[in-house]
Design a binder for this molecule. Structure first.
Ligand code: V0D
Length: 252
């Protein structure tokens, strides 16, 4: 079954990526181009989060993982970091009622307990207030880094071995999956599609283990300018790719 995109192209509604992950890059550049402070870009970027959440949920995406703040972002100027830490509060106040209406469940992954108290509260409230929503999962990676994720998984596995409840010879891919921060997503833990905006073509310590077989799609569009039409183009690009997971083509 097909649906027409905004640009009158055919989107296959039976081949929507179940898990889409996005590196939301280019907010600072968007602001600089307009001679605005970087925080103006982040503010606009949050509006884009709202738009894309609705679009993704409407086309049938099951998990949307957004890289909101990396473990490296603490190195930014203090004023910028403190503005960013206020965004979940703003997001909670402006957007959670809409999310509930759209049946979207908010989740977070990363070192949440290292965030300022009001940020933690906003994040935990958003998670709690949407806990009964059964539609798309909107998963924020917040104070997240993939090497941290993997290091913590190794620590957890090491403790299980030391406690005598895990045989090292029985450690498999599944054991690693079960101990990563994405484990709550079960079968949906690995993104089908990873998008990075703003022209950079790097992973920057986002999801490393989880993107082993993901389709990577890049666009020059800056995150605040990202919209329904660009998102649909990225899904179309995904649909034109031939996913083989290391095997060979057996049908079509
Ligand atoms: C700035 C563009 C939503 C990228 C999007 C603290 C950078 C807007 C959240 C958010 C940020 C996170 C958790 C939550 C609710 C909302 C967010 C940060 C930055 C870093 F439960 N947007 N957003 N968090 N930006």
């Amino acid at each position: 079954m097909f649906k027409n995109t905004q640009d009158n192209q055919q989107l296959n509604v039976d081949n929507i990526p179940a898990h889409v992950a996005i590196i939301m890059d280019g907010n600072g550049r968007w602001a600089q181009k307009r001679h605005l402070p970087r925080i103006a870009g982040h503010k606009r970027g949050m509006e884009t989060v709202k738009t894309i959440t609705k679009v993704a949920s409407d086309i049938g995406v099951k998990v949307l993982t957004l890289y909101a703040f990396s473990t490296e972002n603490w190195k930014r100027p203090h004023d910028e970091v403190s503005y960013l830490m206020g965004l979940p509060v703003k997001f909670f106040n402006d957007f959670v009622p809409d999310l509930i209406k759209n049946n979207v469940q908010v989740r977070v992954m990363g070192l949440i307990d290292q965030l300022p108290a009001q940020t933690q509260k906003a994040v935990n409230d958003a998670v709690k207030d949407t806990a009964d929503c059964t539609g798309m999962i909107l998963n924020f990676a917040l104070n997240y880094g993939s090497r941290l994720d993997m290091t913590m998984a190794v620590q957890k596995i090491g403790r299980q071995v030391k406690a005598g409840i895990l045989d090292p010879n029985k450690i498999t891919d599944q054991t690693i999956d079960d101990n990563l921060m994405t484990s709550f997503l079960g079968q949906l833990a690995d993104p089908d599609l990873l998008i990075r905006t703003s022209g950079e073509e790097r992973i920057s310590n986002f999801l490393l283990w989880q993107i082993a077989y993901s389709e990577l799609v890049f666009t020059d569009v800056l995150w605040p300018d990202f919209d329904k039409s660009v998102f649909e183009q990225m899904i179309l690009e995904y649909q034109h790719r031939d996913r083989r997971f290391g095997g060979i083509k057996t049908s079509k």
